[in-house]
Design a protein around this ligand. Structure first.
Ligand code: AHR
Length: 508
């Protein structure tokens, strides 16, 4: 790392744009134990009258999740939604080929949407554009949002739900660029299908927002070309293009892992550039925004055997139950810094996933539910980030990483609302740093703070270890020790840490 003191310039008049609450979304897929023994477990001591776990719902509220995407993920690309509605005793199990799991169809569209409604969560639905197409997609929109008097809306009413659910956000399939995806398509095939399905879906309900599938990751060979081709078919129809990204520490390369937020930053810039290039060619004033509907730390390359290597299983098997460390939590906090800094182009994002599967919340069947270390930075950001994101200028030394080249050693985001200012700061370096917060022309008074520090121990499954990590690495930040001068406040950041500070920032 080259030396020089990091400096962050803040001013209440320099803004990125409003922070959409939908930035703090999550994801529940029919995968492993996300649904069964995750959100739903009849017979559990906390289960409500619908069989949903109250302990998980309470943690979901505490996490501050605004939107939940459902039912997949790869799962959706072979899902027959009609098999998941109506009397539960008449529903047939099916073999989900995405995760090679017998899906009992006990939870389906109505159960999920009613759970989301009870918990005050906005649902984000995905339609199957893998094995199915226009007709099934339009029928599902009608089932969810239609008024009485037509076939699918009447089926919903017959199934006990009179009021339309008014689902606003709809994903046009999932990761259709990925060869692993059931019904994988090339960009032209998918672009045409997405356009035709989206067109029909908007004829059913013109008020919905549509998300076209972007690339499954920046590493896909078709990245860039895929976005441009898909949007060449769908530009006038869709509102958002999706992004998915998972980060992990590979071969002990801690510096690259800690720099993941910069990789996410560049990925967003490139997708925005690809979308804007299509818009420019069309001389369109419309801006396509991003639904970053899957992001997280996932030990995908180092620990996941691959879906095709999973045995066929039933009864909610344990699949991708990654256990997180304090280091993972610092990276999650830093990824949120990146998302906030792109608030103008990223209104929707989903931490993948919510419970048990690469999740901030874990459960034991018949047992307790607990917070993984990654829970803390997410919940804190969702709680504190309000109003508008400020255009924060950071000058910091760089860290040279093997995966991402030079990345800033310190990153920052800030939001400002009537409630005050919230600052989110990451120190990616292994040394403590003193950061100068320069706020010329404005008075800054910091009142409260929280900090997550990275650990060096392997994460261990179970509530005891999660509690131990939280006790040692998560806590309050001592704002009383902050040194303030004329237009400058000096903030000390712990090595490999993520810090949130709140207070007021007012024009002098
Ligand atoms: O979130 C787990 C899986 O990751 C999703 O099903 C898929 O969309 C992505 O590859």
């Amino acid at each position: 790392m080259t030396q020089s003191r990091p400096r962050i310039v803040l001013h209440p008049d320099f803004r990125v744009g409003p922070v959409d609450r939908r930035l703090f979304g999550s994801f529940v897929e029919h995968l492993g134990r996300a649904v069964y023994t995750g959100i739903h477990e009849p017979g559990h001591e906390t289960a409500d009258e619908h069989g949903f776990r109250r302990d998980v719902a309470d943690l979901t509220r505490e996490l501050g999740v605004s939107v939940v995407r459902y039912p997949g993920g790869n799962f959706v690309s072979n899902y027959i939604w009609e098999d998941g509605v109506g009397p539960v005793e008449d529903r047939k199990p099916f073999l989900d080929l995405a995760w090679r799991t017998v899906e009992p169809n006990v939870i389906g569209t109505d159960e999920f949407l009613q759970w989301a409604e009870r918990e005050g969560i906005e649902p984000m639905m995905a339609v199957n554009l893998g094995t199915r197409g226009v007709e099934a997609a339009a029928a599902l929109v009608e089932y969810c949002n239609g008024e009485a008097g037509t076939r699918w809306a009447d089926l919903r009413i017959a199934n006990g739900r009179a009021e339309p659910y008014k689902v606003k956000l709809w994903c046009l399939g999932n990761e259709m660029d990925g060869p692993w995806q059931i019904g994988h398509k090339d960009a032209h095939e998918y672009g045409k299908l997405a356009r035709n399905a989206g067109h029909a879906m908007k004829l059913v309900d013109p008020s919905i927002e549509l998300v076209a599938c972007g690339s499954s990751s920046m590493g896909m060979p078709t990245f860039g070309e895929w976005e441009q081709t898909v949007l060449s078919y769908t530009y006038d129809l869709v509102d958002h293009i999706s992004m998915h990204a998972y980060y992990e520490e590979l071969d002990g390369d801690r510096a690259s892992f800690l720099g993941s937020g910069t990789a996410m930053d560049r990925f967003i810039d490139r997708v925005v550039a690809s979308a804007d290039a299509v818009g420019a060619k069309r001389r369109s004033d419309k801006k396509i925004t991003i639904s970053f509907d899957e992001w997280n730390v996932w030990y995908l390359q180092s620990r996941f055997p691959g879906e095709q290597n999973l045995p066929i299983q039933k009864d909610a098997p344990r699949i991708i139950e990654d256990v997180y460390s304090g280091l993972d939590a610092v990276v999650v906090g830093d990824l949120l810094v990146t998302l906030l800094n792109h608030a103008d182009r990223v209104p929707v994002a989903c931490l993948a996933q919510l419970v048990n599967v690469i999740a901030p919340i874990m459960t034991e069947p018949g047992g307790e539910a607990w917070r993984q270390p990654t829970f803390h930075p997410f919940a804190t950001t969702a709680r504190l980030a309000r109003g508008e994101a400020l255009d924060v200028r950071v000058s910091a030394p760089v860290i040279t990483t093997s995966a991402h080249g030079d990345v800033p050693a310190v990153t920052a985001a800030a939001t400002l609302s009537d409630d005050g200012v919230a600052l989110f700061l990451t120190n990616r370096s292994a040394e403590p740093v003193e950061v100068e917060l320069a706020h010329a022309g404005a008075a800054l008074a910091l009142a409260e703070g929280w900090v997550m520090t990275a650990d060096h121990e392997p994460a261990v499954a179970g509530p005891e270890h999660a509690a131990k990590v939280a006790a040692a690495h998560w806590g309050t930040y001592d704002v009383a020790g902050l040194v303030s001068g004329e237009g400058v406040t000096t903030v000390r950041l712990a090595p490999e840490s993520w810090t949130a500070l709140t207070g007021t920032l007012t024009r002098a």
